[in-house]
Design a protein. Structure first.
Ligand SMILES: [Cu+2]
Length: 140
């Protein structure tokens, strides 16, 4: 920043003010960009991982495997029920990742990276979780 040494006090203040405003704008736009790229990951469902099939019906979940080691998994939720379900996963580093709503007879996927710990696998539709569509898996 080259502010001439002989600038009058008033002019200097004006220049400094404009400079600060520019800084704030720059900080705002770079901050917003960072947030946007950070949240983009949670919406990604096309990444692939070890496939785990979760059969859903009223009101239970059945996982195709019960033993997990840390890594990336693609949960394929298969709705064998007669009403709409979905699948959500919550645990260390995974905050309520979920499939879209799945009509009866359809399936949808959600990909997550599991770390050591316990994860909650459940149906986030209405109160299905409380009605029994709730399983816990242990990773590690
Ligand atoms: Cu459900």
């Amino acid at each position: 920043m080259a502010i001439p040494a002989r600038t009058t006090r008033t002019a200097l203040r004006t220049t400094a003010g404009a400079f600060c405003a520019a800084l704030v704008l720059a900080a705002c736009s770079s901050g917003g960009g960072g947030q946007a790229s950070g949240s983009a990951g949670s919406g990604t469902t096309q990444a692939s991982g070890t496939r785990v099939t979760v059969t859903e019906s009223e009101f239970m979940l059945k996982l195709s495997r019960t033993s997990f080691t840390p890594g990336t998994y693609t949960f394929v939720a298969d709705n064998h029920g007669t009403i709409t379900h979905a699948l959500s996963i919550d645990g260390p580093g995974v905050e309520d990742a979920r499939t879209k709503d799945i009509p009866a007879g359809h399936s949808a996927t959600v990909t997550v990276t599991l770390k050591k710990g316990t994860y909650d696998v459940y149906c986030p539709v209405d109160s299905h979780k409380q009605m029994g569509m709730d399983e816990h898996i242990k990773v590690g």
